[in-house]
Design a protein. Structure first.
Lengths: 470, 470
């Protein structure tokens, strides 16, 4: 694809669309919009940033961009981990930060309708104030935008019980790549009227449309939540216990995993100590429910099952302070590893749950073979792991070369085990070159056919999610 | 679209692909493949029926059909209610009846992989024998094929708690409209590697690919199930109680609704009597869970809530015989209405749950205005109703004309209330002409763009789900 540059005339027309105060062209500011939480070396500044307030303004921007063939990259809070918001071909960044209203909380239908720039935790608190509950708790909940959650189909810890973002998205308003506004789905719990375009747009990383309104389904807030920290001597045994638990218990809200390298990094970073930090596998198991007695009984069953299954001990956190301590450690592993190393690469593989021990073995072999330390943690209940190779004292050039070789081997191993290369962070900029390792050629062709059909000029977030070109 | 006719040469080539014994050309047999459970007047016989055994054979059929531009209609058990399996342009019917193996039950990952021709109840029993549970219980579970469930994204009674078919589909193998075999998704609970093509194919009514393998996720079977039959004097009050229950209880597996006309038809057909059959609204509420004590306590809470909310009485069915009696009545309403009338039209509207009372009022008005009796029943917990206009003693011509006028008015009312025209039966042949009433022009254009991109010759199940043509 060939794109044109943003000219002063185009900037002028953008100003007329969104208003003078909402167009950014100063180089320093543009730099800030050139990256998200992906590694620094992926930074690419846009030529101009616009901050529209309405879908109509976005539609006008898309029409203009098609007219001049200028790439457009939508952007939320910039907390993404795969570079989905990086404007790799320059052009226009459409920042959705001003579209941040909670439009309606519909208590009877248990649905909330919001604009994409709403911060996830703000939405969660607003619906909880009405006795409702949005359960997808992404680690960055206090800063990420719900629009980004939809674009990447974000997961998080409670996906085990509650599913990922897409499970809760029932309605969308989008601006199409050619600048048309359309509403898809709605407050309908079941609907087979036409193709499921809602779930096609969810997780499409802003390549098929810019989301301007979202209707999420909600549930009711569990009245009692308990967390159990369970250290195991071996990962194999931890996974065996997880598989057993799943066949016996409905109420497991989260099953998280941290290895010894991860837990020790988190301890240093959070200035805390967790018990048995030399164990190969720590599970963090959350049980929730509506009735305190029932939740405690479920926790007791988990307790007996894991102790019988060889857990070293079980620590129960039944108050907010202890629970927060455990989850803070778990949520801060990536930050801790980043602080302790020159370079890291947060990966996001997924395998069928039963293949986790084999995957962990392969990772240990690859770690040795490539001489790269690879702390391992993640959402073990979903088979979703975040191996995070760290650079040690390598310089950037050596690191990028060594990392590349490691990743290719890791992705091949993942595929051999029936897994895939990203579970919740997205293909984005970072993984698009690995897509042929991950998906069949025919599937990539089917994806490209949709992209071409909806975005004939290839201008909406080009180079993400799916390779461009013929 | 212009299609060619099936010539003797094409039949000969089909015989070479699937084997002599698996090609049907005799007119009497072709008639049988010209209809599903849609009304008789929609019957259109194909020119030839083939019964392939492998995806490779289907791929060869699709390539041949593209070469000669012959329409191809995939067919499961023929239990669909919208004519999705009717070969409206003649051509080839691909019957999947021989592809009926349960390929793998993966206990550790709680997944089952099957061919499309497996009967739903057979799959349910097979996984239950391994301690697992597939919860989507479509009314026709003893005869429908799982491939058809996927094609129509079938719902059923337990969707309230467990979701519809699509919620459980994690992997598909399909033959594309141009005859390529591709696997989408897999045994991965989370996966954002590329667009969500699995959920695009689910519910696409066999227009985007022929499904040849399905991997369903499973859960664990509830150990205790109770059903409560709750008559209310008014529908308004019944709905108010449903909304209240949803905000307080997690464990509600089903909330079904039958009005007085439906319940009396079912009584006659099943030769049974149900209590308070003169009440305007009967709710059938299912509570399930893993622990008997907890389920009984939940049932008691429901009992107290609905009695306080004005229920006439509550009948608890805690044994298989009584439960079967209630569900048999509920499941046989459509059959009963069919037996008691010359013509009926089983409709499948959905509205936001809170709008059900208003929708019911509109239906009563429309019933009077069009002088058509409209028994009403359905999955009230999902906002999914099956108003079923019945002909009385009208002749076919009068009926078709009167029905048409009624349906247009009903669909307009549905849209005004934020609803849609089909929740679980599909657009199919029956509703494609109403699509412009149901969906925005832009959305239809986006759907057509996908259909054209994947099926450039427009030969796979043409005229279903989405209008053909430019």
């Amino acid at each position: 694809m060939r794109y044109n540059r943003v000219t002063p005339e185009i900037v002028e027309r953008l100003r007329r669309i969104v208003g003078d105060g909402y167009v950014i062209t100063s180089p320093g500011d543009l730099e800030r919009y050139g990256i998200d939480e992906i590694e620094e070396r992926y930074r690419r500044p846009p030529e101009v940033v616009v901050k529209p307030r309405t879908p109509e303004e976005i539609a006008a921007i898309m029409k203009l961009a098609n007219e001049y063939r200028i790439p457009v990259t939508p952007r939320g809070a910039g907390t993404g981990l795969s570079g989905g918001a990086v404007p790799i071909h320059g052009g226009i960044v459409v920042s959705l930060e001003r579209m941040n209203e909670i439009l309606e909380i519909d208590v009877d239908n248990m649905m909330v309708t919001v604009e994409p720039g709403v911060v996830l935790a703000d939405m969660m608190r607003a619906v909880e104030a009405k006795g409702l509950f949005y359960p997808v708790d992404v680690s960055t909940l206090e800063s990420c935008h719900v629009g980004g959650n939809v674009a990447e189909n974000a997961g998080g810890a409670r996906a085990v019980k509650y599913g990922v973002t897409g499970h809760w998205v029932y309605g969308l308003e989008i601006v199409t790549p050619t600048g048309k506004i359309v509403r898809l789905g709605g407050k309908r719990i079941k609907d087979v009227t036409g193709y499921n375009l809602v779930q096609l747009v969810v997780g499409s990383e802003g390549t098929l449309g810019i989301v301007t309104k979202i209707t999420f389904r909600l549930t009711i807030k569990p009245k009692c939540v308990l967390d159990l920290l369970v250290p195991f001597d071996t990962l194999d045994n931890a996974v065996a216990q997880v598989n057993k638990l799943f066949r016996e218990e409905h109420g497991l809200a989260a099953i998280e995993f941290m290895d010894d390298l991860s837990i020790r990094a988190a301890e240093r970073y959070c200035n805390t100590v967790l018990p048995h930090d030399d164990c190969e596998a720590h599970l963090l198991i959350q049980v929730d429910g509506m009735k305190e007695g029932e939740v405690w009984r479920a926790a007791e069953r988990v307790y007996h099952a894991v102790v019988e299954g060889g857990a070293k001990e079980v620590f129960v956190a039944d108050n907010r302070i202890t629970r927060e301590k455990l989850w803070r450690a778990r949520r801060n592993i990536a930050e801790a590893l980043k602080a302790l190393n020159n370079y890291i690469s947060v990966e996001d593989i997924v395998v069928p749950r039963s293949r986790i021990p084999e995957m962990a073995r392969r990772l240990r072999e690859l770690s040795r073979a490539h001489d790269i330390e690879v702390p391992l943690y993640g959402h073990i209940g979903d088979g979703n792991l975040h191996p995070t190779p760290v650079s040690g004292d390598r310089d950037e050039e050596t690191w990028v070369r060594d990392l590349e070789a490691f990743l290719v081997d890791m992705f091949k191993a993942v595929r051999e085990l029936g897994g895939n290369i990203t579970a919740e962070h997205g293909i984005g900029f970072k993984r698009v070159k690995y897509l042929p390792l991950a998906l069949d050629e025919v599937e990539i062709e089917l994806m490209k056919a949709i992209k071409r059909a909806w975005d004939p000029n290839g201008i909406l977030n080009p180079g993400k999610a799916v390779p461009l070109g013929p």
